[in-house]
Design a protein around this ligand. Structure first.
Ligand code: MSP
Length: 515
């Protein structure tokens, strides 16, 4: 892999006050699909995920559970590690903010900011939301029914007044605006970019970056009365994992700045305003891109613990299958938009796109080869214009999908694949190889070969989103395991006639309602 272009993609690190749900699985899934895509495309990938374990919210949650805080975060962090296994995520590292390597990185960043005169001691007097771990100004708040104040996220806030260190965020307004201007792809999608720019244009206040009223955090160097603001602590994880503060290390020189921080829209401000400001102030390059995706609702309702409608990714994959869930989440909603989860929509995709379209394409053509070509890859004759057209459509997919994955347009990349799946199914209907069996077996062999070669392309390209199904299809085509990367999507790696094939099995069954 050395010599290949690096690609560093990160998920947010998840709060461990709760069990993982579909929202967490979604953010990480998008990163996993990207990581797999880039690896298959020959990039040197680092894919990071992990857990965010400090702060008042964690301390309170542990108290509520009657547990010692470290034991509580250990237990819940493990659930996120299990999620990565259940969802088939291929992260190269799993970082926890309670690890010594991370404490060292955060304290080093603090020292750097201090040395550059970017941090000063004062007193914070204002509103704070423990649920969001965020400070709010009076003007951002609304009145709740009982007179309490509510943050834009719907979370309650409380008044905080305590000694605090501040980061000189106000000094970075112009520099940030220039940075957005010079880096038009830094925030995506464009609507989110506009939101970020107008927030920064509205003026920035200095940011409180330490707390003194609780202990569960990383101590401020040389002033142990303070623990660091959990967002300064958490954001730094992206650098810890590549070796910061050793900025000469292989990891750091190879992977920093990160290619992409994937986040939900709720945490965009932290990633697209505070984080690049901290980094610019510390003399470190900001990440290349932050993509803010939308939120899922469940059958039209906001997903929340109090409504009791949390979707458990483990239950979902057990019921529908892992590849099916992965496909649904990335296909159903234009990436970046909000979306609604419903069982009806899920089953519609499984029976329609997967079973009827893709599954049937593979099943019917491989069964015909099995029956009519002695279970060997048929030998093609000369290609007709129709054959060449289908092969060219399959051959053109990689270029199209590469551009769409680079833009995080997963749904469009899948739609592009389904255009070729539709073309291939129509080609079979028109060529009617079953009718050629007696009349022109040589032509039948060519048609089945063209379809098999198209399926080979589709299966290789399906792997980032549906690794299991893609692999099973490639097994059925007897494609060697070391011949499944995007480098093999060229005519000189085409299927070898005469290769014995295993007995075909359906890859995408229709969903059977149980009970
Ligand atoms: N700990 C912070 C992130 C720190 S990153 C330096 C955090 N954690 S979180 O566990 O609350 O959320 C993590 C991610 O899950 C966010 O990207 C958030 O948008 C996503 N989701 C949580 N609920 C969601 C939905 N209902 N739908 C889609 N994604 C959602 O924030």
């Amino acid at each position: 892999m050395s010599g290949s272009t690096p690609y560093y993609v990160t998920t947010p690190i998840y709060y461990v006050n709760d069990k993982p749900h579909i929202g967490h699985a979604y953010t990480s899934l998008a990163c996993d699909a990207l990581a797999r895509f880039m690896r298959l495309d020959g990039r040197n990938v680092k894919f990071l995920t992990g857990t965010d374990e400090h702060g008042q919210k964690m301390e309170k949650a542990a108290q509520a559970a009657g547990m010692e805080t470290q034991a509580f975060v250990d237990m819940n962090s493990e659930n996120f590690r299990i999620l990565t296994k259940t969802m088939g995520f291929t992260n190269d590292d799993f970082i926890r903010t309670t690890e010594p390597r991370h404490r060292a990185a955060v304290q080093a960043l603090w020292r750097e900011l201090k040395a550059r005169d970017q941090i000063y001691l004062g007193t914070y007097a204002g509103w704070y939301s423990i649920r969001d771990e965020a400070f709010y100004t009076e003007s951002e708040l609304t009145q709740g029914p009982d007179g309490s104040r509510i943050a834009p996220s719907g979370a309650e806030v409380e008044w905080v007044e305590e000694p605090s260190y501040f980061f000189k965020l106000s000094e970075w307004q112009d520099r940030l605006l220039r940075f957005y201007d010079e880096n038009p792809d830094f925030v995506a999608p464009p609507t989110r970019r506009n939101e970020v720019i107008s927030f920064v244009k509205g003026g920035l206040l200095d940011l409180s970056v330490s707390r003194t009223s609780f202990r569960w955090g990383i101590p401020v160097p040389d002033d142990a009365d303070h623990v660091m603001y959990v967002w300064l602590d958490a954001l730094t994880n992206y650098m810890t994992a590549v070796g910061y503060p050793d900025s000469g290390s292989d990891g750091f020189t190879t992977f920093w700045p990160a290619d992409l921080h994937m986040v939900g829209k709720d945490i965009l401000r932290f990633h697209a305003v505070y984080w690049p400001a901290f980094l610019l102030a510390a003399g470190v390059a900001p990440p290349k891109r932050v993509f803010a995706h939308g939120w899922w609702t469940n059958e039209g309702k906001k997903i929340s613990k109090s409504l009791g409608n949390i979707i458990d990714p483990l239950e979902l994959t057990a019921r529908y299958g892992l590849d099916q869930v992965r496909y649904f989440l990335l296909r159903e909603v234009p990436f970046g938009n909000d979306g609604d989860f419903s069982h009806r929509a899920m089953i519609g995709r499984i029976d329609g796109d997967l079973a009827n379209d893709f599954g049937n394409l593979a099943q019917r053509s491989l069964s015909m080869i099995n029956k009519n070509c002695e279970a060997r890859m048929p030998e093609p004759g000369e290609f007709t214009a129709a054959d060449k057209k289908l092969l060219a459509a399959a051959g053109g997919l990689l270029g199209e999908m590469r551009a769409l994955f680079a833009a995080q347009s997963f749904h469009k990349a899948l739609i592009a694949m389904w255009v070729v799946i539709g073309d291939a199914n129509r080609y079979i209907d028109e060529m009617a190889p079953w009718a050629l069996r007696k009349s022109d077996p040589a032509r039948m062999a060519t048609v089945l070969y063209v379809v098999a070669e198209t399926i080979r392309h589709l299966a290789i390209l399906a792997q980032p989103v549906m690794p299991g199904a893609g692999a099973r299809m490639l097994d059925q085509l007897a494609v060697a395991e070391d011949a499944r990367t995007f480098a093999h999507l060229s005519p000189d790696h085409a299927l070898t006639p005469g290769t014995p094939l295993p007995k075909p099995e359906g890859v995408f069954p229709r969903f059977v309602v149980d009970g």
